[in-house]
Design a binder for this molecule. Structure first.
Ligand code: SF4
Length: 106
């Protein structure tokens, strides 16, 4: 299952984390929601493959620990989403389609 590109309409903002929005539902540690808005990562899909972290030319992503999450115990957090240049590399390389980038969403 890929990230829902309509998440801002289909989900409620549940929290903020390091300056970006978190879209619920969030029920830690099993459900972590979507982090970010311009650069959005569905933490419940992310398997910590790391391609986005390695390939992003402007270092938008930082690893965060997510102990006891069923998919992976690390997530690629869009901590610096305001730096995004919309190259779409992260969207293309994510093996589980956990990332959606939309410059019109902020
Ligand atoms: S679209 Fe490009 S610049 Fe933006 S987060 Fe993804 S890899 Fe980084």
């Amino acid at each position: 299952m890929a990230i829902d590109p309509q998440f801002t309409e289909n989900r409620e903002q549940a929290d903020t984390h390091k300056g970006h929005d978190v879209w619920g539902p969030v029920e830690e540690p099993e459900k972590l929601g979507i982090h970010g808005t311009h650069v959005a990562v569905d933490f419940d899909i992310c398997i910590a493959d790391g391609a986005c972290v390695e390939d992003c030319p402007v270092d938008v992503f930082e690893w965060v620990d997510t102990p006891d999450h069923p998919e992976s115990e690390l997530k690629a957090d869009p901590a610096n989403e305001s730096q995004c240049i919309d190259c779409m590399l992260c969207v293309d390389v994510c093996p589980v389609d956990a990332i959606d980038v939309d410059a019109g969403r902020a």
